[in-house]
Design a protein around this ligand. Structure first.
Ligand code: OGA
Ligand code: NI
Length: 268
């Protein structure tokens, strides 16, 4: 159950398979055309071409970010074809709707009134919604460096569309790293720190990471449906009982703190 995994995977989500196929194909083409050279330059400038010892302060990933809410930056991103932009816009809108449906399903599971989470996330400016487009190129010595070091996600609900063939994502469950292998056309969902706080720990924000592979370039697209910057986050009173185990704060203040501690061990 969600309460002990913090992750689940959806197959009948309603996003058209041809849209997903297109997004994956264009993301891989975009990497080759516009990102690969930059990634290789980064390896060179950081002295990572030979990987003679374990590297713990860099991730073996190539990324760029799209923002959708409160305001889209899709037209400010250089080097995207019109076709790719249009597909990403459609993809993001559908994931935004899916995220909002999922928040209401969480409310139902938690015994919170419908719309409760959406309202908390709204603050005064509406939710923030963005997409991180990642490629994890094949790596000659996977044991020396992670694709993305272990972390929890700071925000609300995360919707991940991952490569249909190349694996790499792992989640931490009872002290073991468990693979989340590719499942074509599925969307992997996990919950961020804000939902752990609001549910007073009923749902957990689980540690996860990406390992590198010697064979194959992995693509992944993570979309983060987060509270607005001034949203007030606190355990829901019906879930908090007498004592809540979590503090209350403004989302933006949390994010400022998170930036400095992302890759450190999870703290209460
Ligand atoms: C992240 C993340 C996983 C992946 O960006 O926070 O966990 O598979 N990504 O790219
Ligand atoms: Ni993450």
């Amino acid at each position: 159950c969600l309460c002990n995994w913090g992750f689940f995977e959806i197959v009948n989500h309603g996003l058209p398979y041809d849209l997903l196929d297109n997004v994956e194909k264009m993301t891989k083409e975009h990497y080759k055309k516009s990102m690969e050279q930059k990634f290789n330059d980064m390896l060179k400038s950081k002295g990572l071409e030979n990987l003679e010892r374990e590297v713990e302060d860099v991730d073996w990933e190539s990324t760029f970010y799209l923002r959708h809410l409160p305001q889209s930056n899709l037209h400010d991103i250089p080097d995207m074809s019109d076709e790719y932009r249009t597909a990403m816009k459609d993809f993001a809108k559908r994931l935004e709707n899916l995220a909002e449906d999922l928040l209401d399903l969480l409310c139902e599971n938690l015994g919170l009134e419908k719309g409760y989470l959406k309202k908390v996330f709204h603050g005064t400016k509406g939710p923030t919604f963005g997409t991180k487009v990642s490629n994890y190129p094949s790596c000659p010595k996977p044991e020396m460096i992670k694709g993305l070091r272990a972390h929890t996600d700071a925000g609300g609900i995360i919707l991940l569309f991952q490569d249909d063939k190349v694996s790499g994502l792992q989640l931490l469950k009872d002290g073991d790293w468990i693979d989340v292998p590719p499942l074509n056309h599925s969307i992997v969902i996990n919950l961020g720190d804000q939902l752990e706080v609001i549910t007073n720990g009923k749902y957990k924000s689980v540690m996860h990471r990406v390992v590198t592979q010697e064979e194959g370039n992995r693509m992944s697209i993570a979309s983060f449906y987060n509270p607005g910057s001034d949203a007030e986050i606190a355990p829901a009173s019906s879930l908090a009982g007498k004592e809540s185990e979590y503090p209350s704060f403004v989302f933006d203040d949390y994010m400022k703190l998170y930036a400095g501690v992302k890759f450190q061990p999870k703290e209460p």
